[in-house]
Design a protein around this ligand. Sequence first.
Ligand code: ACO
Length: 444
Amino acid sequence: MATEQTVNQGEVDVAGDGREMLSVKDERTGKTYELPITDGTIHAPDLRQIKVNEDDFGLMAYDPAFLNTASCRSDITWIDGDKGELWYRGIPIEQLCEQSTYVEVAYLLINGELPTKQQLEQWTFDITHHTFVHENIKKFVEGFRYDAHPMGMLLASVGALSTFYPEAKEIDDPEERYMATIRLIAKMPTLAAFAYRHNLGLPYVYPDNDLKYPGNFLSMLFKMTELKYEPDPRLERALDVLFILHADHEQNCSTNAVRGVGSSKVDPYSAVAAGVAALYGPLHGGANEAVLRMLHQIEKVENIPDFLESVKEGKGRLMGFGHRVYKNYDPRARIIKKNVDEVLEATGTNPLLDIAVELEKRALDDEYFTSRKLYPNVDFYSGLIYQALNIPTDMFTVIFAIPRTSGWVAQWLEMIDDSEQKIARPRQIYLGGGPRDYVPMSKR
Ligand code: ACO
């Protein structure tokens, strides 16, 4: 609604009915507009009424990389980047890591509440009994080159699941949604382990229904000739905690990819494949791999000052530091750091840990990093745990994708039930020329 009254741009008014309003004056026309504020946001389409004339398309918001744009309403995950807080469905991550398991957390993320004993038993049973993949998937994975990156194999095989379960495209059918949810959570570790064994030229290990979710994954990775693989409970627990920590992180790059692709109403396997692709990138899930490479490159504690200088000169980044949302210590990094000690107690020391600890200390003492609020993120220490578990660096992001699947699915489910959502389709600011005539080849 346009009015002629003059109000300073950006002033917050309260409408007669108690709603908060933003009054914006368009200096081009002298008109003032009242935009309702809901949940601390203005509705970007409301800007479209701000026009210089009737032919004008209307004002748009320009926000490359979504620095200040909420793309959805969500009940799933809360992050306070300044305080360093992370909650799943309102429960602080610290409590979940102390008291819960990944399988229970997956239920919480997807259903919104902690399960009763009976619900958890059913959920665990369903996940445990859908871990096998079709034999053709095995053949499909065999077709990759021996040195194929396991994340590329995971990306392709998750996407391929949609061809094995074509009924998953019935996304409005609650039964199909449930089956796809269970299958994705259950089969992700199997696909991940197949990719790992493929790289090593080892036979694939089938799931063991007697083991828990993380223990079964360790078995599929490491079982050799023994009749039964028995995971070290300390390592199994450490992996479970890592899974809890990585399960969801609200609207990050890969979740946004899942929601964006899922908004076309494609089946959830294809939408999750988009999430895996996004997670593959070095600025997202690939960072822990990059952290280990960086620690190897630093080689010894004495080289840290030179390395930090080179980062400050812009010759590279301190990998595992900085976060778009956390401007404080990432709470996940704090939990992982504690976990590192427990894992190393089981597996023996790792010289890279000394470098990591010293690097963190020095960076947190350095004005360059503190003034930019750069703190360790989840990836700074997770790579050290994976390394201690004997997991090769190429597999790190794959392991991240396993638990993040429950977050992706929770977000996908929330999106398809959200009546405000439509196919995701951003606008652009066109900077090209035209119209101009096509020039035939003979005249160019
Ligand atoms: N090392 C050195 N400088 C950094 C780092 C870093 N790790 N991260 C940010 N900066 C600097 C930037 O150069 C910039 O400085 P300037 O203002 O002088 O130009 C400033 O801090 C702000 O950085 P941006 O790139 O604008 O921050 P953004 O929010 O876009 O990036 C990101 C966040 C991508 C995570 C970044 O901090 C980074 O590249 N970190 C290293 C990679 C990493 O660890 N990624 C894992 C993220 S967690 C996850 O995905 C699971």
